[in-house]
Ligand binder design. Structure first.
Ligand code: ADP
Length: 640
């Protein structure tokens, strides 16, 4: 049976695609989650940065606004002081205007002390005022405090000055553009207020406001590195700056290039006209007839350093997070993929097992079919065996019948030959009357042929009997001499006629006359007959030698018939003892023979439990041996 791989094991299980999808799912979910987290993180970061930027901008805006308010307050305080004074009758009174002289650059210092006292009071109330002057509607100087300045004035009439023109024309307060004092290098702005008495324009109260105070305010600000706080006038020329002390002799700087990008509002701008990346915060200082601006200027990278530091830190964190997520995602994916591969391999193995299972099933089926085929073949063979048995029995029966027939035929053939042989012999030897030589010769031929035929029939009968084990052996204790001598003697006449030497030698070193053999002497003589007859046939006439020998071995008696005849070629030796075997040569054909002699001899020897063999070669001739156990009974045939 299919041990170990049941069908249940082999069935089912998700397909490779499903497994792959299953492995990819967490990875995709992870990737989406990461993207979401990063997006949210980035969103909050952007929000945070925007908030920080806004906060920086707001702080700077606040500072600029506060500076603008302070500057405005400074000017407004001065304006207010002048306005308050302008309402006072001491200022409105111009009763000493007749005393104005070119020489005094106004009225004499001692005249109109009341007005001068108010002017002094303004100076002490607003310390930034360097001087406070009163001008007549035609622009002539009336009085200047501190009075020392009045005497040093270059001219007495100031109608040419912008504030005179502005105030006269518009009859309202005027704050002039700032200018650098040639004496103190301080920036100064002139504030001019029209003075009315009973609705009539009676003069102008003018204060020269030192802006050094504002400058000092900028100087003490806690600014960032590279940050510059400025106040510029309407022409965008500096009037105060955080990087220069009041009264600095350096040339006045213009910031008009920032005018276009800053505009009117308090917003900030990034790039200045020179292409430098700066951050400018702007706050206007509204002075009514004039307008100044507070500017905070800083390189952009400095202004938002903390923000960008924070941003780059956050971006680094994002990058690290993305990196970690990617790596762990990749590892996860790989391990998932590894699982998928393992699953794939398992599936492959499963598939292979399935295939194996199926092939085993097929093998089993084919084995079963083979087995059933074998069974049927077996049955068929059994049937055939029975048939064969039947046929064998039939054949045996047929054989027996045939043997009987052959025996009968042979017997019937041999029987008529007996009188033929007998009477032709009587005829030939003249017993039945003298015959003519020709008649005698023919009768002799008839006799020889009949003898040959009779011998052939005897041989045929013998071989058949031997094969069937039906040859009869009359076993007697017989001296070997009694067996050998008559045979040798019977061949003597033939040998003599051919001048062949035929000897019978007793065994070397022993006396064959003592040897006794338990055998059928006639059959042993038949064997010797065959062997001697063959030797005589194949030795040359005159020089031929045939020796017959017998000797006692340890437990057998060995006979030998040796000749110096034509021998038997080695390639023809095998099969020599088979019946009807003949070595085919012209000489052999000449001498004739049935090819039964050696087969019969072998049968007789073996029936006596003996052995028969030979040594032969065409140069020296042949020696045929046979040995019979010393005390033995012939077997293979029936004993007499
Ligand atoms: P056959 O009756 O024809 O002689 P055998 O069985 O006696 O038949 O001998 C078989 C063959 O063996 C013969 O045809 C012969 O050629 C060969 N043969 C037997 N004895 C000898 C021998 N001594 N020398 C040479 N050839 C022999």
């Amino acid at each position: 049976m299919m041990g170990g791989c049941s069908d249940e094991t082999l069935q089912g299980g998700p397909t490779s695609m499903t497994m792959r999808r299953a492995a990819l799912q967490p990875v995709i979910i992870g990737a989406i989650a990461s993207a979401l987290v990063i997006t949210i993180f980035y969103f909050f970061l952007t929000e945070d940065i925007n908030t920080e930027i806004a906060s920086v901008e707001k702080n700077k805006g606040n500072l600029a606004g506060s500076l603008a308010r302070q500057a405005g307050l400074h000017v407004q305080t001065a304006v207010a002081a002048l306005e308050v004074a302008a309402d006072m009758p001491q200022i409105q009174s111009t009763e000493y205007s007749d005393l104005i002289s070119e020489e005094n650059k106004g009225i004499p210092v001692a005249a109109d002390m009341e007005k001068r006292n108010v002017q002094k009071a303004i100076l002490s109330a607003v310390p930034s005022f360097e001087s406070v002057a009163f001008l007549m509607p035609n622009g002539d100087v009336y009085s200047v405090e501190p009075s020392i300045l009045q005497q040093n004035l270059p001219v007495v009439n100031f109608a040419y000055r912008d504030y005179y023109t502005e105030v006269t024309n518009r009859q309202s307060i005027y704050v002039s553009a700032a200018f650098q004092s040639t004496a103190t290098y301080n920036y100064t702005s002139v504030i001019a207020v029209p003075v009315f008495k009973d609705g009539s324009f009676v003069g102008i109260l003018v204060g020269a406001l030192n802006l050094g105070v504002i400058n000092e305010q900028l100087r003490v600000l806690d600014l960032d590195e590279n940050e510059l706080a400025l106040i510029v006038d309407a022409d965008w020329n500096e009037i105060a700056s955080s990087d220069r002390p009041a009264g600095d002799t350096a040339p006045r700087r213009s910031f008009s290039h920032l005018q276009d990008i800053v505009g009117d509002t308090t917003i900030s701008a990034r790039t200045d006209a020179s292409g430098e990346d700066v951050y400018v915060t702007h706050a206007p200082v509204d002075l009514g007839s004039n307008r100044w601006s507070v500017l905070l200027i800083q390189p952009y990278s400095d202004a938002f350093r903390d923000v960008y530091l924070h941003q780059s830190e956050a971006l680094s964190i994002i990058a690290i997070t993305v990196g970690i997520m990617s790596v762990s995602g990749y590892m996860l994916f790989r391990s998932m993929l590894g699982n998928v591969r393992l699953t794939d391999r398992l599936e492959d193995v499963n598939e292979e097992l399935k295939g194996l299972n199926q092939s085993l099933k097929r093998d089993k089926a084919s084995l079963e079919s083979l087995s059933s085929e074998l069974r049927s073949k077996n049955q068929h063979l059994e049937y055939l065996a029975k048939e064969l048995d039947l046929k064998a029995t039939q054949l045996k029966e047929m054989d027996a019948a045939k043997e009987e027939f052959a025996a009968m035929i042979t017997h019937e053939l041999k029987t008529p030959l007996v009188p033929i042989v007998g009477y032709t012999e009587l005829l030939a030897d003249g017993t039945l009357g003298e015959l003519t030589p020709v008649q005698k010769e023919k009768v002799q031929l008839m006799h020889d042929s009949a003898v040959s035929l009779s011998r052939l029939i005897s041989d045929l009968l013998d071989i058949r009997k031997l094969e069937l084990g039906k040859m009869k052996f009359d076993v007697l204790e017989t001296p070997v001499k009694d067996i050998l001598e008559p045979v040798v003697d019977s061949f003597k006449p033939l040998a003599q006629s051919k001048q062949i030497t035929l000897t019978y030698a007793p065994a070397q070193g022993g006396n064959s006359s003592n040897l006794v053999l338990s055998c059928d002497p006639r059959r042993i003589q038949q064997v010797l007959n065959n062997l001697i007859s063959n030797s005589i046939k194949f030795v040359p006439e005159k020089t031929g030698v045939v020796e017959v020998m017998a000797r006692r071995n340890a437990d057998s008696i060995e006979f030998a018939v040796k000749d110096n005849g034509i021998g038997i070629p080695e390639e023809k030796q095998a099969g020599l003892f088979r019946k009807f075997y003949q070595v085919d040569t012209s000489l052999r054909r000449e001498v004739g023979g049935s090819g039964l002699g050696l087969a019969i001899s072998k049968g007789i020897v073996e029936a006596h439990s003996g052995k028969i063999w030979f040594e032969s070669n065409p140069r020296t001739g042949s020696t045929f041996y046979f040995s019979i156990p010393a005390v033995n009974n012939a077997t293979g045939g029936s004993k007499a």
